[in-house]
Design a protein around this ligand. Structure first.
Ligand SMILES: [Cu+2]
Length: 136
């Protein structure tokens, strides 16, 4: 009976430990491009996040990096078109619409990303080992 309780605990913990990494794989963020602004204009994401800009306006727009200059450029997006970018490097990127330069936005990449996910996973694994030892 005690052994069964121990196995059940381990199985539950295994599910909890696996869940965070699966979550990290599909980190995405969507922003709208409207006439004539980015919404939201300031975005903060974790490293590895894929940001997608969708042109929901009536006019053509771009998302073109200004600092660091040249780090990304969507090219001209017709209404309904989108542009995706995966950001792995921490830092702040500023961008504008090359057609309407008064349209401006920033993307800030910060946070622990994968490092903090694996740290919390190993903490949970040792917690489950301790629970098992006390039951046995
Ligand atoms: Cu524009």
């Amino acid at each position: 009976m005690r052994r069964l309780a121990c196995l059940a605990t381990l199985a539950t913990m295994a599910v909890l430990v696996l869940a965070p990494s699966a979550e990290a794989q599909r980190n995405t963020m969507t922003a709208s491009i409207l006439d004539f602004f980015f919404s939201p204009s300031d975005i903060t994401v974790q490293p590895g996040t894929t940001v997608t800009w969708v042109n929901n306006g009536q006019a053509s727009h771009t998302a073109t990096a200004t600092d660091p200059a040249g780090s990304f450029d969507s090219g001209r997006l017709q209404p309904g078109e989108s542009f995706s970018l995966t950001l792995n490097q921490s830092g702040t990127y500023t961008y504008k619409c090359a057609i309407h330069p008064f349209m401006k936005g920033t993307v800030t990449v910060s946070g622990g990303g994968r490092a903090s996910v694996s740290a919390s996973a190993s903490a949970m694994a040792s917690a489950s080992a301790r629970a098992c030892y006390e039951l046995g």
